[in-house]
Write a protein that binds this ligand. Structure first.
Ligand code: FAD
Ligand code: NAP
Ligand code: SF4
Length: 670
């Protein structure tokens, strides 16, 4: 049985001409499958349809040649395109689901030399200046949307989503930021909103009354010269009149300098913005952004949580919320991949977007497998191997499962890591894995097993730095695991993910229970920290970054030898760490040479050749790791098949994404 607070979410939604089985929408994601064999995209969506999602929305497909995000991007501009998509819609309908295609015109937010926009104004985060559309071309682009919608209908889609947020073309028309026209498509807001309204009207005229039109509306632009609250409310009312069936939420343009979906954003951080729109229209409005677990909203759109767990709705319905594999908002295998030109997956679910390639089949030859180490690699292997039918014993010398995730989860902004440990804890128990905690394993303990998996993780590096044994030097584990007292002035040696996380940990206040306080756990603090104006008095909803250096309780310098910027490892999240640390007064020094640690502090040489003494109370070493293979030789001597995964296999550049992936892939083969 679902909890009472989730029942509204699970109620069917009658749209008059069709009914959605519940009010959970899977939001649009470009996964990279769009440009591959359609069978892969079909398998991806069919798997989520089996999980009972009410309505799914595809990644964005271009509505014209000038609409593309990049020259080879997927489009819906011909009958051929419609025929290709039949594979997807047929698979979804066969699985009992409903699916809409997102229609996207990128405008100036594209890697496309032929890009167009309302005005010839370049986006600060894209390399080319767009050409301003002529009035005649505007008519053609609107017709492009309408034709794309009719091809979508021909392809068997249940509807379309018009991409009207994140700073794409429709947003560019709507705001002074993107639209400086003085003709009938610009000037006043009434004229600026003509373009999106005309798009909706012409789509409705083309597809008829019985076809879903979702409009993804920018409820909050989070950029200077964005829409005002009054304009947003007016647009919502006009969109309803123009024929929109459901309004979906978009928050922030891509060029906004405020995080909107990363793990540092509190859950449900922007539902207040959606609520204001809901009050002025009578069509359904879906909330979105950093919603990852069931709550009391009455309609939601979530994207990444369905990469993490295709059965999210089913598990909620059946009262199995503790079995949900929760999206932790890391972006490491989804958005970071997309922006790196790679196919999406999911850190906590390597099967995502690999449904036809990473397949777990029940074994016909049950084995007794010992796994040493219950970190991400060991947990992932054990769960999949047990699900396949093997008898798995999982050992860890710690008293709890999770490995380094138990350290990471205390870092402000990484609270979601608790969820991954909760998920594995529930599932390992459910699948009958024999958990042996609090036991440091030696080869002797492993004699009775058919195969052994070493997932023993890493040992932190100690650099050969003069004075490294000085009492003021400590390792990151001393701080994050053993709770050693740290002084007010700190130098951090190493600007990788752990160096940055250690700085995050040390710059946050602690509450009376000694727990680090973070804007990622309070919507109020988050909005204050990032300068979001919840009253939306200023255009775009921004009040200016208000991050307050006085709030940082320590003076911290992070150092690295490489000349490149210190920002943490994430392609799409590095800038957030950098902005947050700089706002709190943390100094980031790249290209340094370490001379040594002495009583007064850390002596370094900067790239200009000058020597400096950083007067600090502590030097914290975050200089990477090497594999912990202490057991390898003695276990191999037993003559067993030994597998090594995770940090124990390769520590350099090994993160949880790779650890979980390696565990699952090995488990698919034993
Ligand atoms: P580990 O997690 O190290 O687990 C190894 C386990 O083996 C340990 O529990 C240990 O107790 C056990 N063990 C070792 N020897 C024995 C023995 N002889 N007997 C019994 N048990 C034994 N990665 C990301 O991808 N994203 C992040 O945001 C991120 N943030 C991080 C933040 C911090 C502060 C830290 C420290 C790490 C972070 N990581 C992150 C890295 C990530 O946690 C590691 O890559 C991952 O945990 C490696 O998994 P693993 O299973 O190989 O090893
Ligand atoms: P890392 O990212 O490899 O960084 C190691 C840092 O130590 C580098 O800045 C390196 O810079 C420095 N270093 C290396 N050898 C050194 C030496 N001999 N002396 C001085 N400095 C040295 O490793 P990590 O920070 O320990 O993180 C471990 C893994 O966890 C990584 O894969 C990381 O991606 C992952 N992780 C991810 C996140 C995340 O948010 N996504 C967070 C934490 C950890 P120089 O060599 O230039 O000095
Ligand atoms: Fe969520 Fe991270 Fe998976 Fe992306 S990779 S879906 S952010 S858990």
């Amino acid at each position: 049985m679902p909890a009472a607070s989730h029942t509204k979410l699970l109620e069917p939604l009658n749209l008059g001409f069709t009914t959605l089985k519940n009010r959970v929408i899977m939001g649009s994601m470009h996964t990279g499958l769009e440009e591959e064999d359609p069978a892969k995209l079909a398998a991806f969506f069919a798997r989520r349809a089996q999980g009972d999602v009410g309505l799914m929305i595809t990644g964005g497909f271009a509505t014209s040649e000038t609409a593309v995000l990049w020259p080879g991007a997927g489009r819906m501009t011909s009958e051929q395109d419609a025929i290709r998509h039949r594979t997807v819609t047929d698979a979804v309908h066969a699985a009992g689901g409903k699916i809409a295609i997102q229609l996207l015109h990128a405008g100036r937010q594209a890697y496309n030399v032929n890009m167009v926009s309302a005005s010839a104004k370049q986006s600060p985060i894209f390399p080319f200046t767009p050409r301003a559309l002529t009035a005649e071309e505007i008519e053609q682009e609107i017709d492009g949307f309408a034709s794309a919608a009719s091809y979508a209908k021909m392809a068997g889609y249940d509807g379309v989503e018009v991409m009207g947020s994140e700073g794409y073309l429709l947003n560019q028309f709507l705001t002074e930021r993107g639209n400086e026209r003085t003709d009938e498509w610009g000037g006043t807001f009434e004229k600026r909103m003509r373009f999106p309204l005309e798009v909706v009207r012409r789509i409705r005229a083309k597809v008829g009354a019985e076809f879903i039109i979702v409009y993804r509306m920018s409820m909050l632009d989070l950029v200077p010269d964005g829409q005002s609250l009054e304009e947003t409310l007016l647009l919502a009312r006009e969109l309803e009149k123009a024929g929109v069936t459901i309004l979906n939420t978009g928050i922030g343009w891509h060029e906004a300098k405020i995080p909107t979906i990363a793990t540092q954003v509190p859950r449900g951080a922007f539902t207040w913005a959606t609520r204001k729109i809901k009050e002025v229209v009578s069509i359904p409005v879906a909330a979105s952004n950093r919603l990852n677990m069931p709550g009391d909203a009455d309609m939601i759109a979530m994207a990444r949580p369905f990469l993490a767990d295709p059965d999210w709705v089913l598990k909620t319905k059946e009262g199995r919320v503790d079995e949900i594999n929760t999206c932790i908002g890391c972006n490491q295998a989804c958005l970071d991949h997309t922006f790196g030109g790679k196919r999406c997956s999911c850190l906590v679910n390597p099967q995502a977007c690999h449904e036809t390639e990473l397949v777990f089949v029940k074994t016909t030859a049950k084995k007794k497998v010992a796994v040493v180490g219950a970190g991400p690699a060991g947990m992932s292997f054990s769960l999949t191997a047990a699900q396949r039918g093997h008898a798995v014993t999982l050992f860890d010398e710690a008293k709890e499962i999770g490995g380094q995730f138990n350290i990471a989860k205390q870092v402000p902004g990484k609270e979601e890591f608790h969820e991954t440990i909760r998920y594995f804890s529930t599932m390992l128990k459910k699948e009958g894995v024999n958990l042996q905690l609090g036991k440091r394993v030696s080869a002797d303990d492993l004699k009775d097993f058919d195969e052994v998996v070493l997932a023993t993780g890493i040992i932190p590096n100690v650099p050969s730095l003069p004075g490294v044994d000085h009492p003021k030097v400590m390792g990151y584990l001393d701080v994050l695991k053993h709770g050693k007292a740290v002084g007010q002035r700190v130098a951090i040696v190493g600007g990788g993910g752990i160096g940055v996380d250690t700085a995050e940990f040390l710059t946050h206040h602690e509450n009376e229970h000694g727990v680090a306080q973070s804007p990622s756990t309070s919507i109020e603090d988050f909005c204050e920290f990032w300068g979001i104006d919840r009253d939306q008095k200023a255009r775009g909803g921004i009040a200016g970054v208000k991050a307050n250096p006085e709030k940082a309780s320590r003076q911290i310098t992070i150092l690295q030898r490489k000349p490149k910027k210190i920002a943490g490892p994430g392609k799409t999240t590095g800038w957030i760490h950098r902005a947050a640390l700089e706002a709190k007064g943390v100094r980031l020094l790249s290209g340094v040479e370490y001379i040594g640690v002495e009583d007064a502090g850390l002596r370094i040489r900067t790239p200009d050749g000058a020597e400096h003494l950083l007067e600090v109370d502590n030097v914290i070493v975050c200089a990477g790791q090497h594999p912990n293979r202490e057991l390898e030789e003695s276990v191999r001597a037993l003559g067993k098949t030994v597998h090594i995964i995770g940090g124990a296999f390769k520590a350099a550049e090994l993160d949880a994404k790779e650890a979980i992936n390696q565990g699952a892939r090995l488990a698919a083969t034993v």
